[in-house]
Design a protein around this ligand. Sequence first.
Ligand code: FES
Ligand code: MG
Length: 591
Amino acid sequence: MTSLRSRLWFDNPDNREMTALYLERYLNYGLTREELQGNKPIIAIAQTGSDLSPCNRHHLELEKRVRDGIRAAGGVPMQVPVHPIQETGKRPTAALDRNLAYLSLVETLNGYPLDGVVLMIGCDKTTPALLMAAATVDIPAIALSVGPMLNGWFKGKRTGSGTIVWKAREMHAAGEIDDAGFMEIVASSTPSVGYCNTMGTATTMNSLAEALGMQLPGAAAIPAPYRQRGHVSYQTGERIVQMVHDDLRPSAIMTREAFENAIVVNSAIGGSTNAPIHLNAIARHLGVPLDNDDWQRLGHRIPLLVNLQPAGEYLGEDYYHAGGVPAVVGQLAEAGMLPHPDAPTVNGRSIGENCAGRASELPEVILPVAAPMLKDAGFVNLRGNLFDSAIMKTSVISRAFRDRYLSNPDDPEAFEGRAIVFDGPEDFHDRIDDESLGIDETCILIMRGAGPIGYPGAAEVVNMRPPAYLIKRDIHELPCIGDGRQSGTSGSPSILNASPEAAAGGGLALVRTGDRLRIDLAKGTADMLVDEAELAARRAALPAQPFTPGNQTPWQEIFRERVGPLSEGMTLRGAEVYRGTAAKGVPRDNH
Ligand code: FES
Ligand code: MG
């Protein structure tokens, strides 16, 4: 049994007077001295649910079961409100607030009498924000997903949240549905509490929190309204108390080995292109080296096993009934593809032990390794004079896209095209249907000014639809490249997260409409076929701060001054040196 850091507030023999001050306000809502001074771990419940955050709002219910579990195991629960991060509600993008929620949770966990924390994760950015904070402070931590929504249905077909928006957008542009029809289809995809039921960023990051070892086995995939979600909430509360007694901390679980496992699992589930950003960020805060070359090297040749939208056809409930993360991990381990079965997890056992013998219960939803949806499902990491790093999710390259762009028998992994450049999504919406641009199937759409500094926060605006006249001709995808991100629920085979971004002087700042571009997936390159002298002249003509609209809030200014590129996780420069905060001692007394 380790000594509790909360006792340095509530029972500090070095400073009796301050103990009274620290104690009395926590007594005044009914907690007793026995509870606060009885050597019981004080457990934070990092609450991300609120009226502003519908994806995570069910955590307000689950918190009751977490509290019951903490109490039953001899701990004292305390709710910690987390700055809201709602993917669909926050302008200019929820990604801007990931680092703000991170900062605020670090300060809270470090500055209050807390011994361990339950991370109430779910909607896209909530999972990385909370894992990043746990990584920095490094007190015992366990994650609990809010769980996906029930499956959406429309006219007998599954409609997936997020994914259906991109489909409906095309149908609307082609005149197949009107505004009311658009709303009806989109709303059908979100029938209950919980996060997106597709393999978007939420399902991805919640699955990876389990693959990293930070959730109880099987906890990620349970749909939000199911009774098992309540059970695992109780068990999570019980478990964190023992983790405090055992001093089992995030740095002992989220090791380099755990990240390598997570990269492999991400390929097998067909995970979001946001995963490298967030995992690279969490790793930075732990001091674990991890970059996009690791993602390609470890993840590219892993098969796609999970048949969920947008790459496949099923949804969250099906994923759960097929066995969720343990079935995926069990099958990968059985095939010798899980690099580190010995990696520890929050329940005190290794991930290999937790998932041994687990296999798919619904082989049409989680496929066998021997007969996957796709053989090489991971990301490729591209570089060239357009950027130093940008990723492409190969599992979403459709047959039609492959036939059109990747079918030259002499050069099957490469294509060339004419650049059509948009400076931000407003410019795209204004001009995409302008026939005078002459956009046809040989064009590559560029979105710039959409990165961490340019937007700010890096918005999910790179997956651009073709002009309506091309959609009517049955052309549903054009290659897209951008320094922003793409929604994990989108199935577009875009080249994303380009770093450095245009606003930081990256190559995308120099590209012009009409330039010829060449993408070679085999060589891992992406270039403007423009000579050096011309590029140098264009660079000399750039304004000092290109593609950077003014700041609207103090946080936008601070964020822009400190933020790193997407390839490095979009973290705040300098924050990573503060890792292991709690072990460095508690802050000074406040009076
Ligand atoms: Fe919140 Fe998808 S928008 S989980
Ligand atoms: Mg999104």
